[in-house]
Write a protein that binds this ligand. Structure first.
Ligand code: SF4
Length: 296
């Protein structure tokens, strides 16, 4: 029912009851809907969160509800605050939101880099075709940043667990910049991951995976389909039917040279996730299914 409400354009709001130990069914709803359709509310003076049950509720306790959302969704409280603030702004026109384009943006305990909006695919499910935000961050680039601009945007690397080349575009289109930044990040003692559509060898006309060896700790490649025809239907590669084979070859080569490789597939209706998993196993890499309606 929640999903149908979202398809109709509604937001779903959750009160303090999601903190009650027996309320697994409602937490399952929180888990299954995209956070960019989710709000938190106090319902005060009623429905005080766990720890204050039976007492008069206060708006300040909405933080406990937001913390439970963060726990259920595997996010930080800062992520939930940023996204629900944007949602409230979109729904009610209230509050201040940061609309500046982000070159470096934090989600969970990772720092993501947005270095291009260009892509070799035009996936039917890509959120950028209707909204360029990811977890409350605006990613539409007016200009592609150079090395110095990215380093400035990164600022203090602090306690990030890893830095991820991602954004709403294919980072390996800018291979030279990725290599230079990855080398610099490694010199700062930070782990580096690349999220890619796996078609960089077609972009550059050579096998580029050996150039990433030693610079990159992990690569996540969007496999997305169990066969070339389905891949072309949903990912619409600019390389046509050759795209899918190139993705598989890229994964196999990465498995040989990069310490940790994961093939992923979005859980679009009609996609045979088990067959995708089997292909990943045959290629000797990990597999992860990604909720198609949860971006970032
Ligand atoms: S590969 Fe990623 S950025 Fe490119 S169109 Fe597909 S979902 Fe969007």
């Amino acid at each position: 029912m929640a999903r149908e409400c979202i398809d109709l354009g509604f937001y779903i709001s959750f009160p303090g009851t999601i903190t009650y130990p027996k309320n697994d069914a409602v937490r399952d709803v929180v888990r299954s809907i995209p956070v960019d359709h989710l709000l938190v509310e106090t319902d005060c003076p009623y429905l005080s969160p766990q720890g204050f049950r039976g007492k008069r509720n206060e708006p300040a306790r909405v933080r406990l509800t937001a913390e439970k959302v963060a726990e259920v969704k595997g996010l930080t409280i800062e992520d939930v605050a940023r996204v629900t603030t944007l949602n409230a702004h979109r729904l009610f026109g209230i509050g201040e939101i940061d609309q500046a384009t982000k070159i470096a943006y934090a989600i969970r305990h990772s720092l993501y880099l947005n270095i291009t909006n260009r892509c070799t695919n035009a996936c039917t499910f890509c959120a950028k075709f209707k909204d360029f935000t990811v977890k409350g961050h605006q990613l539409h680039l007016e200009h592609e940043p150079d090395f110095d601009a990215v380093v400035r945007a990164i600022g203090d690397l602090g306690d990030y667990e890893e830095v991820v080349f991602c954004g709403y575009g294919e980072p390996l289109i800018r291979l030279d910049l990725v290599k230079r930044l990855a080398e610099w990040l490694h010199s700062q003692g930070v782990k580096v991951r690349i999220n890619t559509d796996g078609q960089a060898n077609l972009v550059h006309g050579r096998n580029i995976v050996p150039e990433l060896a030693g610079l990159v700790d992990s690569i996540s490649v969007s496999l997305n389909a169990p066969d070339a025809e389905t891949y072309q239907q949903i990912c619409r590669s600019s390389f046509g039917p050759n795209g899918y084979q190139a993705v598989k070859e890229f994964i196999a080569e990465a498995a040989r040279l990069i310490p940790c490789v994961t093939a992923t597939a979005v859980t679009l209706p009609g996609i045979d996730i088990d067959r995708c998993r089997k292909i990943a196993e045959e290629l000797g890499v990990n597999f992860r299914a990604r909720e198609y309606n949860e971006v970032g």
